[in-house]
Design a protein around this ligand. Structure first.
Ligand SMILES: C[S@@+](CC[C@H](N)C(=O)[O-])C[C@H]1O[C@@H](n2cnc3c(N)ncnc32)[C@H](O)[C@@H]1O
Length: 590
């Protein structure tokens, strides 16, 4: 596979791999105003004591395999009515609203959210802020964009500096909700479905006051009114209604991603927002972009089972990055969604959590729990060897977390500096004996891989390519210790590793037998590994992006890569056979 094909397969250098909700803050799981619109039908005799309920509008949009029930712990949720296999597309829905993040406005179509076609995107000549892939998309979007266009121009004219000349995706998304409600009608099914989403208005935590106030002020300015009291034409009759809307947005919004999980914006989909959270999810939300010409279709949000699901089992997705250790996960869930997670992963007593683990000091092959400030005494779970270098490990963990935050902040502004940081930090974390799945080494490795791929020179050297492959290998290994088979993040990581292995080697090593145990191998062994990795990736992708979707766009790319590798390997085999036949040399049996 050529180096160019590797690059073109990457839609963006901004690859942040986790599908999650992109919200800021929330509060308690259930509110009285939301319940008032429910009709409790009957009590189900299920172990989790959930109740079957009908919500005007939302249940109609559900496939017959799912139903909405409510439980005291987590409010409404989606439940399976029959056995559903891993890879089954549980629901596919066109989101009510999709909005691109500011940095992607000039590289994706603002109507269909597809990538720029070969001919490039066309910019709206009035606001000069949003871009479209075709006049058809521009025309389709005009009913909403005509309001947005003047709002964007007004906002830009009063912006204090060019870097804040476009409002955030959150503000643009909430405004689109309001304009659509005006267009569809305040009594329409569309508006009712938005209003059925959970609001935490009555129990907002004080930590979210600031962000809600900030959103409210920005929204008022963007809509061109002078105070929240002038929002009545948008159906907001009181400041409380505005808080409701902002809370609904923050609690229920998803990250819009590309087919390879790059986050590019925000998405609102009331039906799929009914899924509750677990750090050990049995389902994921993806945008597989299965259409052969994705730029002509709206993105479809798919809820896909990644494990076999039993009848009456709740469908749960992860709202946050589940590769984080428990304390960080709990902090994020509390801050953003205002609940304490009591999922199986959070409540299970693990001897050692791979997210916070270091290798045995005696190198027996097993691990110890990473030391913490509260508990620095730690020993190997297998051979009991005591970790004596706890201060060094604690230092490495602290410095590593700081460096990760800094490198993440710098990755687009100054990628060279970010790469310098990750390059320096990874050996420090590795020599402190952190395992590849340990935080922050896993996240640092992922960022390093992104930075390496984004900066691959056109004239690639063997050293740079091999270094990138080693990083991708470590990232994949770390993920495999944490995420179940079939998780789309694993599939995409394996696909990237396989594609890197398949890139034509600039200077294949000729001392292959001596290098047998080195990674990555060279020559035919490398091609074989590329092939095996891509086949594994494909197996995972057809689960994570849905079997009916053929693993989505990434699955299709991987299939194409597999076919071309099969041809290449076939040529190798034939070539070796010919040489052997010519020279009458026998192929050794082992
Ligand atoms: C997107 S909504 C999910 C649907 C929501 N339960 C409803 O009734 O509309 C997210 C909210 O659901 C609640 N929630 C989700 N998962 C939960 C869990 N595992 N435990 C407790 N509450 C949860 C939290 O209040 C969270 O802010």
């Amino acid at each position: 596979m050529s180096f160019a094909s590797l690059r073109s397969s990457r839609q963006s250098k901004e690859a942040k791999s986790f599908v999650k909700r992109s919200t800021d803050s929330v509060s308690s799981p259930i509110t009285t105003d939301r319940n008032s619109s429910n009709v409790v039908d009957d009590k189900l005799p299920s172990a989790n004591s959930a109740y079957l309920v009908h919500y005007d509008g939302l249940h109609k949009a559900l496939p017959p395999t799912l139903e909405i029930r409510t439980s005291s712990g987590s409010g409404r949720g989606l439940y399976a009515k029959k056995t559903l296999k891993a890879g089954f597309v549980l629901a596919a829905a066109t989101p009510h609203v999709n909005v691109l993040s500011t940095s992607y406005l000039d590289s994706y179509c603002s109507n269909c959210c597809g990538p720029a076609p070969q001919s490039g995107l066309k910019r709206c000549t009035k606001c000069r802020t949003v871009w479209y892939c075709s006049s058809k998309c521009q025309t389709n979007d005009w009913a909403l964009h005509k309001h947005e266009c003047s709002a964007l121009q007004r906002w830009a004219s009063s912006a204090p500096s060019s870097d804040v000349s476009v409002p955030s995706d959150a503000i643009r998304c909430i405004a689109r909700i309001l304009w659509t409600q005006q267009k569809e009608g305040f009594d329409s099914a569309w508006t009712r479905e938005i209003n059925l989403m959970q609001s935490h208005r009555s129990s907002l935590p004080s930590s979210s006051f600031e962000s809600h106030t900030h959103i409210a002020h920005s929204l008022v300015r963007y809509l061109g009114v002078s105070s929240p009291l002038e929002l009545e034409p948008f159906g907001l009759k009181s400041a409380g209604d505005l808080v409701d809307l902002i809370s609904r947005f923050t609690t229920n919004t998803f990250t819009l991603t590309t087919s390879s999980l790059t986050p590019i914006g925000v998405s609102v989909c009331p039906t799929i927002a009914l899924t509750n959270h677990s750090c050990e999810p049995n389902a994921v939300i993806v945008f597989p972009w299965t259409s052969s010409s994705p730029t002509t279709q709206e993105p479809l949000m798919h809820l896909v089972a990644i494990k076999d699901i039993e009848p009456d089992e709740e469908i749960v997705t992860a709202y946050i990055d589940t590769t984080l250790p428990r304390d960080l996960r709990q902090l994020q869930l509390k801050e953003t969604y205002n609940f304490t997670c009591s999922c199986s992963l959070c409540t299970r007593q693990l001897k050692v959590d791979p997210r916070a683990s270091v290798w045995c000091p005696k190198s027996c092959g097993r691990t110890c729990p990473a030391p913490t400030e509260e508990n620095s005494h730690t020993r190997c779970v297998e051979c009991n060897a005591v970790l004596s270098s706890t201060d060094a490990v604690l230092d490495a963990l602290r410095v590593g977390k700081e460096a990760l935050d800094k490198a993440t902040a710098l990755q687009y502004k100054d990628p060279a500096k970010a790469k310098q940081l990750t390059t320096n930090m990874i050996p420090i974390l590795t020599s402190a004996r952190l395992t590849p799945s340990c935080h922050p080494l896993l996240a640092m490795t992922r960022l390093h891989q992104e930075l390496l791929i984004a900066s691959l020179p056109t004239s690639l050297t063997q050293e740079v390519l091999d270094d990138t492959i080693r990083t991708a290998g470590k990232y994949s290994a770390g993920l495999s210790a944490l995420l179940p088979g079939g998780h789309p993040v694993r599939g995409v990581a394996l696909a990237e590793l396989g594609k890197l292995l398949a890139v034509d080697e600039p200077a294949p090593r000729t001392d292959a037998p001596a290098q047998q145990n080195t990674f990555p191998p060279s020559g035919p062994a490398r091609l074989k590994l590329a092939y095996e990795t891509l086949v594994r990736a494909h197996d995972e992708l057809v689960v994570g992006f849905g079997a009916d979707n053929g693993g989505g766009q990434v699955g299709r790319e991987v299939r194409e890569a597999i076919v071309s590798l099969e041809k290449e390997l076939g040529m190798w085999t034939q070539g070796i056979k010919n040489v052997l036949e010519d020279s009458q040399v026998k192929i050794p049996r082992s």
